[in-house]
Ligand binder design. Structure first.
Ligand SMILES: C[S@@+](CC[C@H](N)C(=O)[O-])C[C@H]1O[C@@H](n2cnc3c(N)ncnc32)[C@H](O)[C@@H]1O
Length: 291
């Protein structure tokens, strides 16, 4: 696993297993938000040898702007001692990391919405770029509509309350997908059952109707086992708060302070305190005492 990575070991090997279990070469693998290539390597490592050998075109499309444009990326490089600064390119690090699979990789460098148009079907869709409702809606419209029969969708930020639109969108599309892996790290994995039509994909990407978003999120929460629900309950409190229902949001956050999360949810304290800062700052001391 490369030094520059935002996925943990478990997620890394899970990606490899998913590809070796499901990938046939009928469509491409899309690594959307590949950063320095950790997810790319994990996905490539799972491609069966005979598929690699028989390939007459690129099998994986890797998309990223390949430029340090966010503070978490600046901090990552600072933390690892790599001298790549804000505004600079990390494309060389990506190319070095994935060198052994480069013949099978199409590299698309740029803004997702400028370089993301694909003509080929997608068999495995790895999403680590739905960082805003707008990018999420783009992925739904342009990529979900290209999924092959039984295509796999890997939502890397599924449990992150900072990206609550992802779980709500998947809740909206629950009739069209089966859950393959409920949780590994922050990831959830889905398999296409029935292709959603364009209107359903557009509706699933909307975040301006709070009541509908809450219904979608509730459907998703209802589909999960009890131990995996708490992060999405933080998401629910955030949506309630945004929709003006601050009393219910505060009550939910008070309840979530009592939750003892699965120890594998390493970001729980961080998720809880950043939601408290917005919804109920008066409860922050109680959260600190508990942690
Ligand atoms: C969390 S990182 C991905 C981590 C990576 N999958 C791994 O395995 O380590 C998210 C990536 O999305 C990219 N990104 C965010 N917004 C983007 C956009 N609008 N267009 C292109 N890339 C974007 C960032 O440059 C960053 O590399």
């Amino acid at each position: 696993m490369p030094v520059h990575s935002f996925i943990d070991r478990e997620e890394y090997s899970h990606l490899t297993t998913l590809v070796s279990d499901h990938y046939t070469g009928k469509g491409i693998i899309l690594d959307a938000g590949c950063f320095a290539g950790s997810s790319t390597l994990a996905l490539c490592a799972g491609i069966p040898k005979d598929v690699l050998k028989a390939a007459d075109s690129k099998l994986l499309v890797a998309i990223d702007r390949f430029v340090v444009g966010d503070s978490y990326l600046t901090n990552h490089f600072l933390g690892t001692g790599e001298d790549i600064r804000y505004g600079e390119s990390f494309l060389t690090a990506f190319l070095d990391n994935v060198a052994s699979f480069l013949p099978w990789i199409e590299v698309r460098a740029g803004e997702v919405t400028q370089v993301g148009r694909l003509e080929r079907p997608i068999e495995i869709l790895f999403l680590d770029v739905a960082k805003s409702p707008y990018l999420n809606a783009y992925a739904l419209r342009h990529w979900f509509s290209r999924l092959t029969e039984s295509g796999i969708v890997i939502q890397q930020d599924f449990y992150s309350p900072a990206h609550h639109w992802i779980a709500a969108s998947m809740g909206a599309l629950l009739d069209c997908f089966d859950v393959v892996t409920e949780r590994v790290g922050e990831t959830a994995v889905f398999r296409l059952r029935t292709p959603p039509d364009a209107a359903a994909l557009t509706a699933a990407g909307r975040t301006d109707q709070h009541q509908q978003s809450l219904r979608n999120l509730d459907r998703m929460i209802g589909r999960l086992s009890t131990e995996n629900r708490p992060p999405l309950l933080i998401s629910k409190a955030k949506i309630l708060n945004r929709g003006g229902n601050s009393a219910e949001a505060k009550a939910m956050m008070r309840g979530l302070l009592e939750v003892t999360p699965d120890p594998a949810m390493t970001k729980w304290d961080q998720w809880l305190s950043s939601a408290l800062q917005i919804i109920a700052p008066e409860l922050l001391d109680a959260a600190r005492t508990k942690a």
